[in-house]
Every structure is written in structure tokens, then in C-alpha cells.
Design a protein around this ligand. Structure first.
Ligand SMILES: CC(C)(COP(=O)(O)OP(=O)(O)OC[C@H]1O[C@@H](n2cnc3c(N)ncnc32)[C@H](O)[C@@H]1OP(=O)(O)O)[C@@H](O)C(=O)NCCC(=O)NCCS
Length: 181
């Protein structure tokens, strides 16, 4: 398990799936905002790639996020789009509603940076998020990500086009233990 200050990133367990399905993926608003595609219902027991991990998929590393104190499942975190030639990848995360706003998201981003830069030897990490997602923007910037651009009207979300912000962090600019103010 990868450890941050208060959260751990471990493999996806079978028993995580119904909780993630009910609390994250069945939520139409969260799904529409976070998935980059249309929300649709998931048939129970299906091999939905957002939930069921294919360990042979090399470019996509999904984690379940747990509290270090007690091991309670609090969300998902992913290093995806891993490009081993250009040595870059994207990160993404989603916390269960009850786990938001407690600093876990900032901690998860820090752990994903450790995984990307130290464990995988990547040079650049990238995040795309809706421009009104203040918590995600802040969690990224606290870890040193900088805003590199706005993708105007790039996301169709529940009846309107929204802007996305692209943020990047280079390995040489990453300060592992500093949470930027
Ligand atoms: C986005 C998300 C991962 C952030 O994680 P979090 O644990 O809620 O965020 P944190 O508690 O670490 O807060 C990060 C910062 O944002 C601020 N913040 C938290 N919630 C906020 C909100 N609703 N509005 C404005 N600011 C907020 C915090 O005060 C903190 O700022 P600070 O460091 O200056 O105190 C989490 O809220 C989430 O899973 N949301 C739903 C799914 C999602 O949007 N995923 C990202 C898709 S790209």
C-alpha cells in the first residue's frame, strides 16, 4: 500500500465495488461531472472497467483509497494514460461524499505524485477538471500543479458546455513534503 499522511492507496478489492457503485457511480451529477461522458446505469455484476480492474492493462493503474486509521474505503484514485515514451500520465480521483472536504483529496494527489514520479519515473503529470471544481483545483495547486490553460466549452455536462482547466506538474518542480499555500 502507498501511504500519505492520512490515506492509503491500495488495490481494488471485490468488496469495494458495491460501495463505489452506490456512492460514486450511481450518482448522476457526480458521474456526469467526473466521467467525461454520459452517465448510464451499470448492471449489477457487470465487468464495468471503471470498477473492475484489469491487471493486464498497463497504461491504467486504479487504486482504492482508504483511511490509514481503520482502513475504511473513502474513494478511488487513478494514474491513467501512462505514456512510457514521453514519460507522462494523467491523474484522477473521486471521494465518497462523506469523505470530501477533510483534506483527503490533497493527500491523495500527493500520493499519486509519489507513485508517478518516484515509483514510475515519470517526468510530467497532468490533471483536467471542470473550471468550477474549486476543491479539485485547490487540491492540485496545493501539490504544486500549475494551471496551463483553459479548454473552453470542452465538456457537455447536464445540459450545458463547461470549461475545463488543464493543470500540469513536472518532476523537477515537485516538492514531496511541501503543501503549497
Ligand atoms: C475534488 C475532490 C477529490 C477534492 O478532495 P477533498 O478531499 O474534498 O478536498 P480537500 O479537503 O483536500 O480540499 C482541498 C482544498 O479545497 C478546499 N475545498 C474543499 N471543498 C471545497 C468546496 N466544496 N468548495 C471550495 N473549496 C473547497 C479546501 O478548503 C482545501 O483548500 P485549503 O487547502 O486552502 O484549505 C473531492 O471533493 C471529490 O471527490 N469530489 C467529487 C469528485 C470530483 O470532483 N473528482 C475530481 C474530478 S476531476
Amino acid at each position: 500500500m502507498l501511504k500519505g499522511d492520512r490515506v492509503g492507496l491500495r488495490a481494488r478489492h471485490e468488496e469495494d465495488i458495491p460501495i463505489l457503485r452506490a456512492e460514486l457511480y450511481d450518482d448522476v451529477v457526480n458521474g456526469s461531472r467526473a466521467e467525461g461522458g454520459p452517465w448510464r446505469p451499470i448492471t449489477p455484476g457487470s465487468k464495468d472497467p471503471r470498477l473492475v480492474v484489469d491487471d493486464k492493462e498497463q497504461g491504467h493503474v486504479p487504486f482504492s483509497v482508504v483511511e490509514l486509521d481503520g482502513g475504511t474505503l473513502v474513494g478511488t484514485a487513478t494514474l491513467w494514460g501512462i505514456d512510457t515514451h514521453n514519460r507522462n500520465a494523467h491523474i484522477g480521483l473521486g471521494l465518497l461524499p462523506s469523505a470530501r472536504g477533510k483534506g483527503y483529496g490533497t493527500d491523495v494527489v500527493a500520493v499519486l505524485c509519489h507513485y508517478g514520479f518516484v515509483v514510475r519515473g515519470l517526468h510530467r503529470l497532468q490533471i483536467e477538471t471542470l473550471s468550477d471544481n474549486a476543491a479539485m483545483l485547490r487540491a492540485a495547486e496545493r501539490n504544486g500543479f500549475v494551471r496551463e490553460g483553459v479548454l473552453r466549452s470542452s465538456a457537455w455536462v447536464l445540459g450545458e458546455f463547461l470549461d475545463e482547466v488543464l493543470l500540469g506538474l513536472l518532476a523537477q518542480d515537485w516538492k514531496p513534503d511541501a503543501k503549497h499555500s
